[in-house]
Ligand binder design. Structure first.
Ligand SMILES: [Zn+2]
Length: 399
């Protein structure tokens, strides 16, 4: 009877310990993303929210996964210099804490991280993006103490008596960056209204006016063009990446054979168009590049990024979330097309890591909408709705 009791007790203890370390870091990846960015990914067998902190001298980023351990595969993984990340080290400084350390050239790199829910049959993914915003000359290695390759384990006693919190350097409060893309420009007028107005002029006016409102609301805004110039579609995406955009909004106005067609619509990326109309529209908008004889519509701007697929999932969800708010806010302001949020393969929305939407403000082929879009007061109403949607979207992300 005695043994039975102790047996059960031991079993219970072992089961508890077993459960405590059940989460495994199955695999890790490190890759260069968009120019000036590096992405670290850890595949996790279960949901886990690691603590991310920074250490100075030398600069490094520490990711502590609680109640986790490394799989054999992850333990054996080695990473050389990738982009500006000097290397990756792993260790178990405390029982039950799996630690990953990224060596950085400097401490001013900005960082974003998030957790992705698993798709069927896959692991959870912890994703951390590091961005080098300000080009800076990396100083020559100083006489800073040499760090040993292994992370020194902290003894349990030392941890209990002198808990030494990691010196976390909070990133400076940053303004959200929105890139507004005025569709078309230069040799490419876009759609032309019956009264002779060009889409490229309406989109530029709208972009400038929306910029002013967003800046008033505390956002940082970058325009892909602030004059009547031609920019290829890939150039627009590049500008969004250079600006380190949190959100990309491409502004357009549509045209249709049927003069009574009217209403505002908003598009997000999808390989498969939501309907034939959306597919035809994407084809029209994607033709911008052919004007200068460079049809790049099939070229993925950041092809070769091994982590494209997983970045896309999160970005597509966020794009759809913003689109939802645009529909909600625009509904209060103007007439929308039926099922106003649509999907199609617009080249300009192909950034794998920047949530992107394309707004068609209305139909220039419709007399009323053509006239309306010439009015500053009308555009102001649309711009205000876009700004309300931006605020709602970022308020969600802040939660
Ligand atoms: Zn257009």
């Amino acid at each position: 009877m005695k043994w039975g009791f102790w047996g059960i007790l031991f079993c219970g203890i072992f089961m508890l310990i077993g459960k405590a370390f059940a989460i495994e870091i199955a695999e890790m990846r490190l890759a260069e993303g968009a120019p000036g960015s590096v992405r670290f990914v850890a595949e996790l067998t279960e949901e886990n929210n690691p603590k991310v902190s920074r250490l100075e001298n030398p600069a490094r980023l520490v990711i502590d996964f609680p109640e986790a351990t490394f799989s054999k595969k992850a333990k054996a993984q080695q990473f050389g210099k990738t982009g500006f990340v000097g290397g990756v080290r792993t260790g178990m400084p405390l029982a039950g804490t799996a630690r990953v350390v990224l060596d950085l050239p400097k401490s001013s790199l900005t960082e974003k991280h998030f957790l992705l829910k698993p798709q069927v049959g896959q692991n959870w993914r912890f994703v951390l993006d590091l961005f080098d915003n300000v080009p800076e000359i990396i100083p020559a290695p100083s006489k800073a103490p040499v760090v040993t390759k292994e992370i020194r384990p902290i003894t349990t006693q030392a941890t209990v008596s002198t808990p030494t919190p990691l010196p976390v350097v909070p990133p400076p409060p940053q303004k959200r960056i929105i890139v507004l893309d005025a569709g078309h420009g230069g040799q490419d007028p876009g759609a032309i209204s019956r009264s002779g107005h060009y889409e490229k002029d309406i989109t530029l006016n709208m972009a400038r006016e929306t910029k002013a409102l967003l800046e008033k609301a505390g956002f940082k805004v970058v325009l892909t063009r602030d004059k009547d110039i031609f920019i290829p579609l890939r150039g627009r995406i590049k500008k969004a990446h250079e600006a380190n955009a949190d959100l990309f909004i491409s502004i357009h106005a549509d045209s249709a054979k049927n003069p009574s067609a009217r209403g505002l619509s908003i598009y997000t990326i999808s390989e498969r168009a939501s309907d034939a109309e959306a597919a035809a529209l994407a084809e029209r908008e994607n033709k911008a590049d052919i004007i200068l004889g460079m049809d790049l519509s099939d070229v993925d701007p950041l092809a070769g990024n091994v982590l494209l697929d997983l970045a896309k999932t999160d970005t597509m969800n966020k794009s759809a979330q913003y689109a939802k708010y645009v529909v909600r806010e625009m509904k209060k302001t103007v007439q929308l097309v039926p099922n106003a949020h649509r999907m199609a393969g617009f080249v300009v929305l192909k950034s794998p890591n920047i949530p992107s939407v394309l707004v068609e403000l209305g139909y220039l082929s419709n007399k009323t909408e053509d006239k309306n879009l010439q009015k500053k007061s009308y555009r102001q109403d649309l711009a205000e709705a876009l700004v309300r949607a931006v605020k709602a979207y970022f308020a969600d992300l802040a939660e």
